[in-house]
Ligand binder design. Structure first.
Ligand SMILES: O=P(O)(O)OC[C@H]1O[C@](O)(COP(=O)(O)O)[C@@H](O)[C@@H]1O
Ligand SMILES: [Mg+2]
Ligand SMILES: [Mg+2]
Length: 344
């Protein structure tokens, strides 16, 4: 068996041998990983830890908060605020940004997270996760000056310096990119550390598996309907092959499957709430997942453009998401372009 490489050693090598990340970013990612370990522990306790059920409150997006949404948010804030590497944080569960109080050391990074993704699966013991994205506070826009403000967070996804997620499933797996491919680390509960179990993750370019909430079919736009209709026709249809369908309803779990064996995941715009561009949030769901998928050789678009090129206008902005195996994502994008040309 090859020697085990811990997340810490992997990050040290990224920093020292390959010069890909500064020491502060390495330390920040170690803090995030430690927080994920604590969340994993709470998830595993389940009913024994009295962490299931709703908290009796709503977040800024009008969603009922589960106890674990709040616990995971607190764990991430608490672990990161005194680390000394951050200027501020933003979360699905907080209305506005959380500036690191000046009693703690300040850093130059911004951390965004969905503390608990797949909340509807918490109480039914199905895989859930944490998604995170890291930016530098300062960037090209000279109009942005201290102190840190919400505008600092409104950077395109292509400016991320690290992104990842931790899936709490049959195993706890942390998946990370710092812009040099994707690596997966499995939590060894006995050692208490994340161990590298797959490096250089690659998504196959073609797939026979799609992932979409089919109950929304009647609300979809024509290009999405066309794509799924063709998949459903199987061998007898224009695609000439049978497709399989999976929908966990936890983006982390659905994306993890795609990084592991390929597939296409879609949460597209639909007619239920036409003014919203989609259901998933750009900054702390779509951007980190899109970068991971691209780093693994896949593609991620919103039907009009690459998700990583979308300029955010608000902290909790939503976006239409189509990501996964490259050739399938490009096909859906092409169907959108054809529909737009017909309308023009
Ligand atoms: O319940 P639906 O409409 O299938 O939506 C499922 C989607 O919503 C989400 O649960 C949204 O994330 P949160 O649980 O963090 O709000 C995604 O993980 C998932 O892909
Ligand atoms: Mg989520
Ligand atoms: Mg969430």
């Amino acid at each position: 068996m090859p020697p085990r490489i811990s997340l810490t050693r992997y990050l040290v090598e990224q920093q020292r041998q390959h010069n890909r990340i500064p020491a502060e970013l390495r330390l920040l990612l170690e803090v995030v990983a430690r927080a994920c370990k604590r969340i994993s522990h709470a998830v595993n306790k389940g009913a024994l830890g009295e962490v299931l059920g709703t908290a009796g409150s709503e977040n800024v997006q009008g969603e009922v908060q589960k106890k674990l949404d709040i616990i995971a948010n607190e764990v991430l804030i608490e672990a990161n605020e005194w680390g000394g590497h951050l200027a501020a944080m933003a979360s699905e569960e907080m209305d506005s940004i959380y500036v690191v109080p000046n009693r703690f050391p300040q850093g130059e990074y911004l951390l965004m997270f969905d503390p608990l993704d797949g909340s509807s699966n918490i109480d039914v013991n199905v895989s859930i996760g944490t998604i995170f994205s890291v930016f530098r506070k300062h960037h090209d826009d000279p109009s942005i000056i201290d102190p840190v403000c919400e505008k600092d967070f409104l950077q395109r996804g292509n400016q991320q310096v690290a992104a990842g997620y931790c899936v709490y499933g049959p195993q706890t797996t942390l998946v990370l990119t710092v812009g040099d491919g994707v690596a997966m680390f499995t939590l060894d509960a006995e050692l208490g550390s994340f161990v590298l179990t797959q490096d250089n993750v690659k998504i196959p370019e073609d797939t026979k598996e799609f992932s979409i909430n089919m109950s929304n079919m009647r609300h979809w736009d024509a290009p999405v309907k066309r794509y799924i209709d063709e998949c459903l026709q199987g061998k007898e249809g224009p695609r000439g092959k049978d497709f399989n369908m999976r929908w966990v309803a936890s983006m982390v779990a659905d994306v993890h499957r795609i990084l592991t064996r390929g597939g296409i995941f879609m949460y597209p715009w639909d007619k239920r709430e036409p003014s919203k561009p989609g259901k998933l949030r750009l900054l702390y769901e779509a951007n980190p997942m899109s970068w991971l998928v691209e780093q693994a050789g896949g593609a991620a678009v919103n039907g009009k453009q690459r998700i990583l090129d979308v300029q955010p206008g608000a902290l909790h902005e939503r976006v239409s998401v189509i990501l996964g195996s490259k050739n399938e994502v490009e096909r859906v994008q092409q169907y959108h372009q054809e529909a737009a040309q017909q309308q023009a």
